[in-house]
Write a protein that binds this ligand. Structure first.
Ligand code: FAD
Length: 286
């Protein structure tokens, strides 16, 4: 099934993201976790793509295993370290294995990369190539608080416009912890004429170490209300987990209540977290 048909449906969608193992010895445990999450019967699941393509073969394997379990998969695909021939091979493989959905990404630019001989510079180039190849529903990434390389939000939204014109059918957001940031972003998209559906990406923060990582890699605003939870419960893992799940649940309910019908949870390969959030929303998404 094409993800665009799921997120355009009447029913609110709740989906989960998983990531492939970074090393070969973790394959079994990651497959177990993704199977547990799949048993929750989410609207769909996405599988990330290792930066630089290192363990990228597992993205396809996990997507195929999800399909066998009856869950619609999205395979992420990044292009910055790839040649056009690599991408063609990958698309042929995905199509051959019955994967219908791709999240088309540029990927982070590896440190010290020689930019002169790159065959891709932006996700929009990959998007166009996938569209020309045919047969896939194509999604893309967006950043309610701007992509770190963007000069300003106007430039960022102009880039999104190009991505959509290249064939991107919907956008999934980077995590955010204050829904007003998303509502403001949606308004700016609307003003710029970017009219594709937006899927809200929600990260349940269940331990204090995650916060440090988030702060070091993204430009997220962390609201006072959120920081109070971390201050109070950061040293108590069980309490922090409960508070993080409650915070994410509250964010999701507010999003649905305001008409945003598609939510994607960065479940970080944690079936217990995915299950707790889904249970909290059982009547809302039924
Ligand atoms: P782009 O859309 O190409 O944007 C990158 C930058 O270039 C932005 O600043 C943009 O404004 C600018 N830009 C874009 N087009 C143009 C243009 N035509 N002219 C001028 N400027 C332009 N990374 C992974 O490695 N694997 C994953 O699986 C993965 N999954 C992700 C999922 C989501 C939902 C999100 C939000 C991010 C994900 N990332 C992943 C991270 C992503 O690869 C990085 O954030 C990367 O730096 C940008 O990728 P992009 O596809 O958004 O790039």
């Amino acid at each position: 099934m094409k993800v665009i048909d799921i997120i355009k449906g009447e029913k609110p969608s709740l989906s989960f993201e998983v990531f492939p193992p970074k090393t070969d010895d973790k394959v079994e445990s990651v497959l177990e976790a993704t199977t547990e999450i799949a048993k929750l019967n989410p609207s769909y699941m996405s599988v990330t793509y290792g930066a630089g393509g290192g363990t990228s073969k597992y993205t396809t394997d996990i997507a195929v295993s999800l399909k066998r379990l009856g869950v619609t998969p999205i395979a992420h695909l990044s292009c910055i370290s790839s040649s056009k021939a690599d991408i063609k091979t990958k698309l042929t493989e995905l199509k051959g294995k019955g994967i219908e959905n791709i999240l088309a990404l540029r990927g982070d630019i590896p440190e010290g990369m020689n930019m002169e001989h790159l065959e891709y510079h932006y996700a929009s180039e990959l998007t166009q190539e996938i569209r020309d190849f045919g047969g896939f529903c194509i999604g893309g990434a967006c950043y309610p608080e701007n992509h770190p390389e963007s000069e300003n939000s106007r430039a960022d939204i102009e880039s999104l416009k190009i991505k959509v014109e290249s064939g991107c059918e919907y956008l999934t957001t980077q995590m955010f912890f204050d829904n007003n940031i998303l509502y403001n972003f949606m308004y700016r998209l609307y003003r710029a004429g970017v009219n594709v559906p937006v899927v809200a990406g929600i990260m349940p923060v269940t331990n204090a170490a995650q916060i440090k990582r988030i702060c070091s890699i993204s430009q997220n605003t962390l609201p006072q209300r959120f920081m109070r939870l971390v201050d109070r419960y950061g040293d108590n893992p069980k309490a922090m987990k409960q508070a993080g799940i409650a915070y994410a649940t509250e964010q999701i309910i507010d999003l649905y209540a305001n008409g945003l019908n598609a939510v994607h949870v960065y479940s970080m390969n944690k079936p217990d977290v995915a299950e707790a959030i889904q249970k909290n929303l059982s009547e809302i998404i039924s």
